[in-house]
Ligand binder design. Structure first.
Ligand SMILES: [Mg+2]
Ligand SMILES: [Zn+2]
Length: 253
């Protein structure tokens, strides 16, 4: 199953048949130019763009339960609600010069619960709400498949992170994956990033399944404060059960 439409950026040359849909921020990119092959040169915006070849750390964010409130198969832009503090967290990452990349499993598309167009509309609404709070995400990548599709993008596969990170010039070793499920943490580890489990969304019930998370925090805001150095344990504690340190990414760009 593949998806392409005028507004859905697809991964470029070398992307897999079942590649994820990577839609760069339409702000300030112009309509009709949202194609992934050109994304790296168009994004981030010139204001954010560092010197040529610069690599920056990225915060890979899961969407539902991290950035916005988990409602279970979000199928309507009108139901988008930002998680408390998430816009401030994204803004802080923007100001610190981090890339902010959303990576989300949206199997509801493959299951027929909603369309790729609806996902795109939800992402536009998400960006609009963030922008209203002075925050922006650099890219949103989503997997429309379900497990039976055996795609390569669905988390815990690391490829959404690897592909988006490569496109935008992310330094994966300095990057973090922040999610509310074990599959988020596994994807982050396999991409060579550090990982944080937030206790919003499914975080509390998934907590026992992710002994390997480098950090457990109440929410995205607290995680970002820790990552940017404003907050230290025990206020935001490193996961004592974590035995892992930074690992090599599964594949290097
Ligand atoms: Mg989630
Ligand atoms: Zn997929």
């Amino acid at each position: 199953m593949t998806y392409s439409s005028g507004s859905v950026g697809r991964l470029g040359a070398g992307s897999p048949r079942r590649g994820s849909n990577l839609s760069p921020d339409p702000f300030p990119a112009r309509e009709g130019e949202l194609t992934a092959p050109t994304m790296a040169t168009k994004l981030p915006s010139p204001r954010r763009r560092g010197t040529e070849g610069e690599v920056r750390p990225a915060a890979f964010l899961d969407r539902d339960g991290v950035l916005n409130v988990e409602v279970g198969y979000l199928d309507d832009p009108g139901r988008v609600r930002l998680q408390w503090g998430s816009a401030a967290a994204v803004r802080a990452l923007n100001e610190a010069g981090w890339l902010v990349i959303v990576v989300t499993n949206q199997s509801g598309v493959s299951r027929g619960y909603y369309t790729a167009e609806t996902v795109e509309a939800i992402h536009r609404e998400l960006r609009r709400r963030l922008r209203a709070a002075g925050a922006r995400v650099d890219a949103i990548s989503y997997c429309p498949h379900q497990p039976d599709d055996q795609c390569r993008c669905r988390k815990p596969e690391p490829h959404m992170l690897l592909d988006a990170g490569r496109s935008l010039g992310a330094d994966l070793v300095r990057s973090w994956m922040i999610g509310d499920k074990a599959s988020d943490i596994e994807a982050g580890r396999r991409a060579g990033c550090r990982t944080a489990l937030v206790l919003t969304g499914y975080g509390r019930q998934e907590r026992g399944d992710v002994p390997e998370a480098d950090l457990v925090a109440s929410n995205l805001r607290q995680t970002v404060r820790h990552i940017l150095g404003d907050l230290h344990p025990p206020e935001c504690r490193a996961n004592p059960r974590s035995k892992t340190k930074n690992q090599k990414p599964e594949t290097r760009p």
